[in-house]
Design a protein around this ligand. Structure first.
Ligand code: AN7
Length: 357
């Protein structure tokens, strides 16, 4: 049989905190493409920009890298049920990995604030879903409380197994480039992924594989930007529902990653996010969910505000697939619905409509 990618635990077993003999629950996550994005490089004036396309993971987001670790270790400890709070992608991933493991999943999501694709994934994988009257931060508080007092294992990124699995994204970037990028850009919600990439790069640095750690640049949505405001946001708001988080779980880890990497945090408006969402689809060929365009939008804004990235090699993690939250592609710049025209099946008419005749 031909070799296929074996998932991040088997591919990086020696570099992960997991014991021999622990069951491995995998759906083949990781090994995602690093896509050259010359149109984005040109737009921002960088030497090279690559997108780490995490939408290519089994459930369509980067969460799978951490979930394979969290669920495998939960099963290793005898857990029969896992629980998470989620803005959507974590719930989709937890539900899928629990299904693969043959255990139950419970997901708490903010009422009415998760994208349809993600909700349908959690339902498809038979999660017990509850919509909580509150925001993500309320859901996380509740999930922690339940995991502490009832027989259910928490798989949010406050569980270090999640960060441990997600650090493999940095390993893959280094393997592909044969060095570290100068700058690594990410969208930030709970800041788990930002912290995980830094951990991965730092380990590569400590092992002498790379000569320096990239500057870690993290971007939030303006209405939901605790790292920029310097403290929690009580009522976070943004159309980028994945990162509609006011009280990030990985606050301390992320701040130290920012300091140690000489990195930065910034915020972009919903309009800037949607502009970049469209640019990535139309000019790069990569369809991401709006939240996932936040990093690239922040990179552009930083350049527009006067920071040059000339000569730099930049990697931008695009975190989730466009099909997760597909409706945004069907709106134009002014928010009007885009509806493909209806035509007869006569070639002359079709040619005329297409402007070919
Ligand atoms: C597409 O699913 O928090 O900064 O509950 O789904 O590590 O939180 C999702 C977060 C970026 C932010 N992009 O990552 C959840 C959840 C997408 C996301 C983030 C999320 P973190």
């Amino acid at each position: 049989m031909a070799h296929q990618w074996r998932g991040v635990i088997r591919e990086y077993f020696d570099r992960l905190d997991i014991e021999k003999g622990n069951p491995i629950i995998t759906l083949g996550e990781g090994g995602t493409p690093l896509v050259d994005a010359p149109a984005l490089a040109k737009l921002v004036g960088a030497d090279e920009v690559y997108l780490k396309v995490e939408g290519m993971n089994p459930t369509g987001s980067f969460k799978d890298r951490g979930m394979t670790m969290a669920v495998s270790k939960a099963v290793g400890h005898g857990a029969k049920a896992v629980i998470c709070a989620s803005t959507g992608n974590t719930s989709a991933s937890a539900a899928a990995y629990a299904a693969a493991a043959g255990i139950t999943s419970v997901v708490l999501v903010p009422e009415g604030k998760i994208a349809l694709g993600k909700l349908s994934q959690a339902v498809a994988h038979k999660a017990q879903i509850l919509q909580v009257q509150g925001n993500f931060d309320d859901c996380l508080r509740l999930a922690r409380d339940l995991a502490e007092n009832y027989p259910v294992h928490l798989v949010n990124s406050v569980n270090p197994d999640r960060i441990e699995g997600q650090k493999t994204g940095a390993f893959e970037v280094v393997e592909r480039l044969d060095r570290a990028p100068d700058i690594h850009v990410l969208p930030v919600g709970n800041a788990g992924n930002y912290s995980a990439y830094f951990k991965g790069y730092l380990e590569e640095f400590n092992e002498g594989v790379i000569k320096r750690v990239p500057n870690m640049w993290g971007f939030q949505a303006e209405g939901s930007a605790p790292f920029v405001n310097g403290g929690p946001v009580k009522n976070p708001e943004t159309i980028a529902t994945a990162i509609r988080i006011g009280n990030p779980a990985s606050w301390d880890l992320a701040l130290s990653a920012q300091e140690c990497s000489d990195g930065r945090f910034g915020a972009v408006s919903d309009a800037e996010i949607l502009w970049m969402h469209r640019f990535l689809s139309q000019e790069v060929g990569v369809f991401v969910e709006p939240s996932s365009a936040t990093g690239a939008a922040g990179l552009l804004k930083t350049v527009q505000q006067g920071t040059s990235v000339a000569g730099k090699t930049i990697v931008v993690t695009v975190t989730g697939h466009g099909l997760k939250d597909a409706g945004w592609a069907l709106k134009d710049e002014d928010g009007n619905e885009i509806k493909p025209q209806i035509v007869s099946s006569r070639a002359e008419e079709v040619a005329e409509r297409l402007g070919l005749a």
